[in-house]
Ligand binder design. Structure first.
Ligand code: FES
Length: 193
């Protein structure tokens, strides 16, 4: 081992002076602090991330399966999808004809019935039961409820009228009743969400 001289001070002195292979003591303290900071940040992040991940019951609610075989033409049922009302309605040939007779260019939120239903199932209209004005539940899906001036749904809160394709036709609502994501998993079963 080389003898300590003025030009080559002992290791203890070099560390005390803040030099040892180019890494000063303050650097070590800073690196250590950053490392602990990283571990701390991770341990804070993990619960946040695990809270953000949907829990099992939320995942279970993220889709709804419905048997639509019992819904007769002219009937509608109310279901629940992600804690909100869902209207499932089987249109009569007359209601389909009324929806198709509308000049699309005259609509506030232009869309055809075809675009709002699934191919081969144009008689099955599935929409959220939430008025696009301020979120009331429109009438028209329940037995004997008024359906408004256009034969679809009527929101009694501020008088929005929806037609047989659940498109907004009159009143303050800006948009048609929303059609959720859904698919027919069989001729009689629909999976919403
Ligand atoms: Fe439906 Fe206002 S909430 S018209």
């Amino acid at each position: 081992m080389a003898e300590a001289t003025i030009d080559n001070p002992p290791v203890e002195k070099r560390v005390a002076d803040g030099e040892d292979g180019g890494v000063r003591r303050r650097d070590f303290i800073e690196i250590a602090a950053v490392s602990f900071g990283g571990v701390g940040a991770l341990s804070v992040l993990y619960p946040l991330i695990s809270q953000m991940a949907p829990s099992k019951d939320v995942l279970a609610e993220s889709s709804t399966e419905l048997d639509v075989s019992a819904i007769q033409p002219g009937q509608a049922v109310k279901a629940v999808f992600r804690k909100q009302p869902l209207f499932v309605r089987r249109l009569t040939p007359k209601e389909i004809a009324e929806a198709n007779a509308v000049d699309i260019g005259s609509l506030r939120d232009p869309a055809t019935l075809e675009e709002r239903t699934k191919e081969g199932h144009e008689d099955m209209l599935i929409t959220m039961g939430v008025c696009t004005h301020l979120g009331c539940v429109p009438l028209g899906a329940g037995e004997g409820e008024v359906k408004g001036e256009f034969g679809g749904y009527f929101c009694p809160c501020h008088g929005s009228h929806y037609d047989t394709a659940a498109r907004i036709r009159k009143g303050p609502a800006p948009l048609n009743l929303q059609v959720p994501e859904y698919e027919f998993t069989s001729d009689t079963t629909v999976k919403v969400g």
